[in-house]
Ligand binder design. Structure first.
Ligand code: FAD
Ligand code: SF4
Length: 472
């Protein structure tokens, strides 16, 4: 076996001091030369450990073998047999915990794994740039399906059903399709134009997208059946933010990360002509250690914060965010305060002037230091407060990024739809809920998870719906 370069080829990026002040994409993508060189690092393992690590089982050695031969379209065809959103997944999947974690280069040779995600992105972007003409519309099969939510689970389910000839309508509560891909993940990590292109491809396949329709308010699931839809897929995500229930959370200047990111992403709150207010300048504390926390912190920085803290109760090693996002955040100057936890948010109170506009706004956050105990049954070490170690940080804005739960609206308006104690819709292995002809998948079932797992669930349900409708 020829020796392999020990390091993954670097991803070209915008310089930290430049990108911290703009919303343009941070990672610029491999050039054709870099992609070709990175593809050469792949051993083409017959037992495909990387494919087994991929939640949708992309045939990774096969797509990379096409790249080795300079055949980008061949690589694209291999990837899209398993994944309908490669330009998205190449950018946001946690590859270090999935395909790249299993790569032989890492496991057996102890060197960097192949940059599978970066190659996937290269393939998808090159295909996009060279694309000519619209996707062909499949032959209609006479069946009609409704999809609730236009996040990765809904888009994937809709796309797969449309390819089988179903007439699919996607009902989306917001004014733009894409789910978290547009309202949560910021432009500097996932440009909106990429998601818009994916939505356009679905429309070419005949999928109808109805925005500003809240199922459970504008229309119910029962009314969808009355309108002739034969099956319904619920991909409504987990958009209900969790809070810590500590004193001071109702002060002005405390946001959930979802609200903060939606204001910035969809309502363009950062523009001077925007009618949606959002923090500008000052010090910001973001509570949490996941991707959402990194996105909120880096958005706050770009919106002009003087100083941004990440407050996380475990250590850097336990952070659930993608490694690359943590590294990028550190390079941009985000101040990580790990092993500490907020206990109170403190507000201004001008005793001499009750009409002082600063009254009731955030002044500081009080935290306590933590230390990690023994690992629990899931292998995670639980943080314990260190008595007497409280300290304060002067901040003007606090953003809570400590998780989200599924919204109960659809459950509460749909008879026979059962959920678990965390509000996740109960489904069988095909995505079928406890209600006949109603399927569900993605974060609405699992709680906040990943893009690729939501896509996988959309795929599984589409297959089951197609089989059920075809056997009628
Ligand atoms: P969503 O993407 O949440 O889409 C659900 C859609 O349903 C939304 O558009 C919503 O408006 C709509 N909807 C809800 N209720 C109704 C209703 N009643 N009627 C009509 N429409 C409705 N994952 C990764 O893999 N990598 C990352 O880097 C990453 N970063 C993230 C960053 C942020 C800020 C956030 C919030 C999440 C991130 N995730 C990441 C998680 C990932 O985005 C989600 O797991 C994924 O989007 C879930 O897909 P979904 O289709 O289940 O739901
Ligand atoms: Fe290539 Fe790594 Fe997959 Fe082997 S495990 S085929 S080296 S990407």
């Amino acid at each position: 076996m020829a020796a392999r370069e020990p390091k993954k080829h670097e991803m070209p990026v915008q310089k930290p001091e430049v990108r911290a002040h703009n919303f343009e994409e941070v990672a610029l993508g491999y050039t054709a030369e870099i992609a070709a060189a990175e593809a050469q690092r792949c051993l083409g393992c017959k037992n495909r450990p990387c494919t087994q690590g991929c939640p949708v089982n992309i045939d990774i050695p096969e797509f990379i073998s096409h790249l080795k031969n300079g055949d980008v379209e061949g690589a694209y065809d291999v990837i899209t047999k398993s994944s309908s959103l490669p330009a998205v997944c190449g950018r946001v999947c946690p590859q270090e915990n999935q395909c790249e974690k299993e790569c032989t280069l890492k496991v057996k040779l102890g060197i960097d794994p192949v940059g599978i995600g970066r190659l996937e992105r290269f393939v998808a972007d090159t295909h996009r740039q060279n694309k000519t003409g619209a996707a062909a519309r499949p032959q209609p099969n006479g069946h009609k399906v409704a999809v609730i939510g236009s996040g990765p689970s809904g888009l994937t389910c809709a796309g797969d059903l449309a390819k089988n000839g179903c007439a699919v309508t996607v009902f989306e509560a917001l004014h733009t399709a894409g789910g978290v891909l547009v309202y949560g993940i910021p432009e500097f990590r996932l440009p909106k134009s990429i998601v818009a292109d994916e939505v356009e491809t679905l429309k070419e396949l005949g999928v109808e997208i109805m925005t500003d329709v809240v199922i459970g308010r504008t229309l119910t699931v029962d009314e969808l059946f009355e309108q002739g839809y034969e099956a319904v897929f619920i991909g409504s995500g987990a958009g209900l933010p969790n809070f810590m229930n500590i004193p001071g959370e109702s002060l002005s200047g405390v946001y959930s990360a979802n609200e903060f990111l939606t204001r910035s992403n969809l309502m363009k709150a950062y523009r001077s002509d925007s009618h949606t207010p959002i923090m500008k300048g000052g010090n910001v504390a973001v509570v949490g250690g996941g991707n959402v926390a990194m996105d909120a912190a880096r958005t706050a920085l770009r919106l002009g914060a003087d100083k941004v803290y990440i407050i996380y109760r475990r250590s850097m090693e336990e952070m659930p965010a993608r490694k690359e996002e943590v590294e990028h955040a550190e390079e941009e100057g985000i101040d990580f305060r790990v092993l500490c936890n907020p206990v109170e948010i403190l507000g201004y109170k001008n005793e001499n002037d009750p009409r002082d506009p600063k009254n009731g706004t955030v002044r500081a956050i009080r935290c306590i230091r933590t230390e990690l105990g023994e690992p629990d049954e899931r292998g995670r070490r639980s943080p314990h407060d260190v008595e007497g170690s409280e300290f304060e940080l002067d901040v003007d804005t606090v953003i809570m990024a400590i998780g989200t739960s599924p919204n109960p609206l659809i459950k509460s308006t749909t008879d026979g739809l059962e959920v678990n104690r965390r509000g996740g819709i109960i489904v069988n292995e095909c995505g079928l809920t406890t209600r006949e002809n109603v399927y569900a998948g993605g974060d609405a079932v699992t709680g906040a998870a990943t893009v690729i797992s939501a896509m996988g669930a959309g795929k599984t349900a589409a297959k089951a719906i197609h089989e059920a409708l075809s056997s009628r």
